[in-house]
Design a protein around this ligand. Structure first.
Ligand code: NAP
Length: 258
């Protein structure tokens, strides 16, 4: 029996935040589906660790250090991907930070400091825009591509006590819609993924502090696995999603449905 081709066979792909959690799981899923993977992260060591897992599973790629909040760093990341693979077909703009990383854990929006607000938006919103900007500039020269941005259920809901995080994630959905409308004529599809509560290092502290309270609000009564988000991203990036653009795909065990 002949082997079934992967959903991303022969595609050149780029993933930010690939050194951990959802980004790492998606990097492995992309490689499994036949893509060349540029695994980019703030920590080069963590990006290299993801690349080692890809190679162990028989895939191929490169590891890249990037700070998505810095335009020169993002431009260099896209250039390094193109230099390694000869183009860029698929991108997953996934790097992000949680309120605890900007000293705003449990904080109400009126209590957020300017410094905390600026850093959250710099990474979670400006960072996604910078990546998308440089990816689109490459993809439109090539004649098209597919991009997925990581939003969250916090991009759909207020989520009290989450400080500026939901603001940044609502912004990602707005950015996704604008980019989809602007670049459909360039044959570039742009979608957002909205994960619910997923078992990654980002949620470790909140799972320990009030995991049972969160699970009680999830119709499926559990946290999601990063691999369950990766599968949705694979689909959105693949040619099977050829008429899907400007959409927000929710994968949250039903959290935002009730
Ligand atoms: P994670 O395990 O903490 O992974 C996030 C990755 O992004 C880390 O490797 C981190 O690097 C990297 N990163 C942070 N700032 C960066 C920067 N300025 N430039 C480049 N890379 C940077 O978290 P995760 O749960 O997989 O989150 C991935 C995405 O999903 C985020 O956008 C998050 O907001 C979103 N999300 C997560 C959940 C959830 O429940 N886990 C739910 C909804 C949405 P370092 O570790 O080196 O800082």
């Amino acid at each position: 029996m002949s082997r079934v081709a992967g959903l991303l066979e022969g595609k050149s792909s780029l993933i930010t935040g690939a050194g951990s959690g959802i980004g790492r799981a998606t990097a492995l899923a992309f490689a499994r589906e036949g893509a060349w993977v540029a695994a980019a992260d703030l920590s080069l060591d963590n990006a290299k660790a993801t690349l080692a897992l890809i190679e162990k599973a028989g895939g191929q790629g490169v590891a890249i250090q990037v700070d998505v909040a810095e335009e020169a760093s993002v431009a260099a990341m896209v250039a390094a991907t193109v230099a390694a693979f000869g183009g860029l077909d698929v991108a997953f703009n996934n790097a992000g930070i949680a309120p605890a990383m900007v000293g705003a854990s449990g904080q109400k929006i009126a209590d957020v400091s300017m410094e905390s607000w600026n850093r959250m938006l710099a990474v979670n919103l400006t960072g996604v825009w910078l990546c998308l900007k440089h990816e689109v500039q490459q993809m439109r020269q090539q004649g098209g591509g597919a991009i997925v941005n990581t939003s969250s259920i916090a991009g759909l809901l207020g989520l009290a006590g989450s400080s500026s995080y939901p603001v940044s994630k609502h912004g990602v959905i707005g950015l996704t819609k604008v980019a989809a409308a602007d670049h459909a004529s360039d044959h570039i599809r742009v979608n957002a993924i909205c994960p619910g509560y997923i078992e990654t290092p980002m949620t470790e502290e909140s799972r320990q502090r009030h995991g049972n309270r969160i699970i009680a609000r999830v119709p499926m009564s559990r946290f999601g696995e990063p691999e369950e988000i990766a599968e949705a991203v694979v689909f959105l990036c693949s040619d099977r999603a050829s008429f899907v653009t400007g959409s927000c795909w929710t994968a949250d065990g039903g959290y935002s449905a009730v």
